[in-house]
Write a protein that binds this ligand. Structure first.
Ligand code: ZN
Ligand code: ZN
Length: 234
């Protein structure tokens, strides 16, 4: 049991010790690569956790309300410990690279948002980055060499942006919010068509028998790279 708690303790120690590089390494393991926006997420998470004197064990004592599902969000999840799986991560589908981190005990919160000119300044600061980004990420037609160079440049940017002043990257606002309710725990029912267990409020009744949304062919909420939308099995 205690060995499991230790991994998070290592992250808490990095937060307290201002070990941004250590935190970035942790985020890289989750995110899969290094890039400037994962770096910003790490910095925002670090700032918020210290500022709120918050600790997180993934029991919703701290919540992170993110306004985007991009690289930034992975930095936030790793450093704050608020994740998709522990319900302490709340997603507002606004398409803004921003986060509000709040303490459940008193609603004290801090919102960090990427400055509007940040992206442009970033590409000015690193002239090699723009054309590579266009080729690799936007058009998705990079050669293996392009890809290699892209990761190299991106990694260098992530590390340098880690050291750059936070105030030049993000706006910081203190606020008090009403923290969303704790996640509710629901009973499961068995879908009478596929036989799988399904959270009760997600099941539909057909002839008085529970059917999952997939089997019922009904619309369901779907989070993809496009944000929150609707899905339906056919
Ligand atoms: Zn990334
Ligand atoms: Zn089913």
């Amino acid at each position: 049991m205690h060995e499991f708690a230790a991994a998070r303790k290592a992250i808490e120690a990095m937060i307290q010790g201002d070990d941004l590089e250590g935190l970035l390494r942790q985020a890289e393991a989750v995110h899969g690569h290094l890039c400037p926006f994962v770096s910003l997420g790490v910095k925002a998470g670090h700032y918020a956790m210290k500022h709120l004197s918050a600790t997180s064990t993934g029991m919703e004592e701290v919540v992170a309300i993110v306004e985007c599902n991009n690289c930034f969000t992975d930095g936030i999840q790793v450093v704050t410990g608020c994740t998709f799986g522990n319900n302490a991560l709340i997603f507002k589908d606004w398409g803004k690279t921003a986060v509000t981190v709040a303490r459940r005990s008193d609603g004290r919160a801090v919102r960090l948002a990427v400055r509007p000119d940040y992206r442009q300044r970033l590409f000015e600061k690193y002239p090699a980055a723009g054309p590579l980004f266009e080729k690799v990420v936007v058009q998705r037609q990079a050669s293996p060499e392009d890809l290699h160079r892209f990761h190299h440049v991106w990694e260098g940017m992530a590390k340098r942006e880690l050291a750059a002043p936070l105030e030049e990257q993000l706006t910081i606002t203190e606020l008090t919010i009403r923290v969303p309710e704790y996640a509710r725990i629901y009973a499961s029912v068995i879908c009478q068509r596929c036989g799988e267990a399904v959270m009760e409020p997600k099941a539909r009744l057909k002839d008085g028998r529970p059917i999952c949304l997939a089997c019922a062919g009904e619309e369901y909420g779907l989070l993809t790279g496009q944000g929150i939308g609707c899905g339906r099995e056919r």
